[in-house]
Design a protein around this ligand. Structure first.
Ligand SMILES: [Cu+2]
Length: 399
């Protein structure tokens, strides 16, 4: 569904409106010349009539323009799960921003929301890790009261966090339960993508494997064209490839950052992708593990003195994450998730590029509430902030 074009055309003068205004002022001039010889007493009511007529003509022209814009945008829907903004003959408008829209009971909904588990799952024992990824189309919640028609690996976006060890073979079974072709591209794999990452048709499945030879935390995502749309609709996740040795950590969390670009508010009916907005990289929501602010109401936890490890992937599709933990310094930062080389130490903020990862240790001795954010603060506003609660402390902290 395209967002109705009329309010936007009115609020933002577009070419259609300029044309309409020009033609109606043309008419106005001609009529004025015609009636110029009439008695002065007749001028005032005629003037009023002209003004009203011109306004009506302008309104009619705008309504027609809006109708054209709406139908063009319907035609521009080249595939399900995606709309362009309102299209005109000379440009396309993105939907207005729906950032921060919240129903009256948003706080209660946020509390009732079951936060996506962030704890790093155990790596399976043995030489082979079997992973099944069912592909679905379905409605997901991305913020309190906000729904989106997503395409997912598993039950939601991001897909399941996968944990393997260097040297393990990863056997992926992709089962396409959706009505259109999809695929999966593992950044951790060194494999011919035209074979391994090929499309799986609706109702079909396929299995392929690779040896996890490079340690790090890597993105996986659907690679079916246009991959941009498939990623923006929720088809991504993280795989942790643990090296043979690493400093001990008492807590380990996997965080996947991503943006959502909505064609409607998503509160009454689920939103779908606004491709124009996605191209302009102006998201409505930016999330940790798919849901705005979820670790504010449901903080991650640690004990004082723990080493807490964050395995971070930025799924994009387009914006980076500037990873920062408020109230501490990153004790170790394996930038770009390079676990082959030694980490950096004493870093305030570390870049996690779209399509990349980072591994970060913090060691916090003092009990308290420590927000983890993208220090690109527009992203905080749009939801990319969570809390790490160290020790038994009450309260919350906003950022
Ligand atoms: Cu896909």
């Amino acid at each position: 569904m395209a967002y109705p074009a009329t309010p936007r055309l009115t609020a933002t003068p577009g070419y259609y409106e300029q044309d309409a205004e020009q033609s109606s002022s043309h008419v106005l001039l001609k009529l004025f010349a015609l009636f110029a010889g009439l008695a002065v007493g007749a001028m005032i009511p005629i003037g009023i009539w002209l003004a009203v007529s011109a306004q009506q003509a302008s309104d009619d022209a705008q309504a027609a323009a809006a109708k054209v814009a709406n139908s063009s945008s319907q035609e521009a829907m080249s595939m399900p799960g995606m709309t362009h903004g309102a299209a005109t003959a000379r440009g396309t408008y993105a939907s207005p921003s729906f950032a921060g829209i919240a129903p009256a009971n948003a706080d209660a909904l946020a509390m009732a929301h079951r936060a996506a588990p962030a704890a790093l799952p155990a790596a399976p024992p043995g030489p082979v890790a079997h992973v099944t990824l069912p592909i679905r189309h379905g409605t997901v919640s991305i913020a309190p009261g906000i729904k989106y028609e997503a395409w997912t690996f598993g039950a939601g976006a991001p897909g399941p966090a996968i944990h393997v060890r260097v040297g393990q073979r990863v056997e992926i079974t992709l089962r396409n339960d959706s009505p259109m072709p999809h695929s999966v591209d593992f950044h951790a794999a060194k494999i011919a993508p035209n074979v391994a990452f090929s499309d799986v048709m609706p109702g079909k499945s396929k299995t392929f494997g690779f040896v996890a030879s490079t340690p790090g935390v890597f993105m996986y995502h659907c690679g079916t064209a246009p991959a941009f749309v498939h990623i923006a609709n929720g088809m991504y996740g993280a795989i942790v490839v643990e090296p043979k040795t690493m400093p001990t950590a008492q807590r380990q969390y996997v965080l996947v950052a991503s943006e959502w670009y909505l064609n409607g508010p998503g509160d009454k009916t689920p939103a779908t992708l606004d491709l124009t907005k996605a191209n302009q990289m102006t998201p409505d929501w930016v999330t940790w593990n798919g849901y705005a602010h979820q670790y504010k109401e449901h903080p991650l936890t640690a004990n004082p003195g723990d080493t807490v490890r964050f395995w971070v992937v930025d799924a994009g599709p387009s914006l980076n994450t500037e990873f920062h933990v408020v109230g501490t310094v990153l004790a170790r930062a394996w930038a770009d998730a390079d676990l082959i080389d030694a980490p950096q130490h004493g870093i305030q903020t570390s870049l996690v590029p779209a399509g990349g990862g980072g591994v970060f240790d913090v060691k916090i001795d003092q009990p308290g509430i420590y927000p983890f954010v993208s220090h690109s603060f527009a992203s905080v506003n749009m939801g990319e902030v969570g809390l790490l609660k160290v020790g038994h402390v009450a309260g919350t902290m906003s950022h």
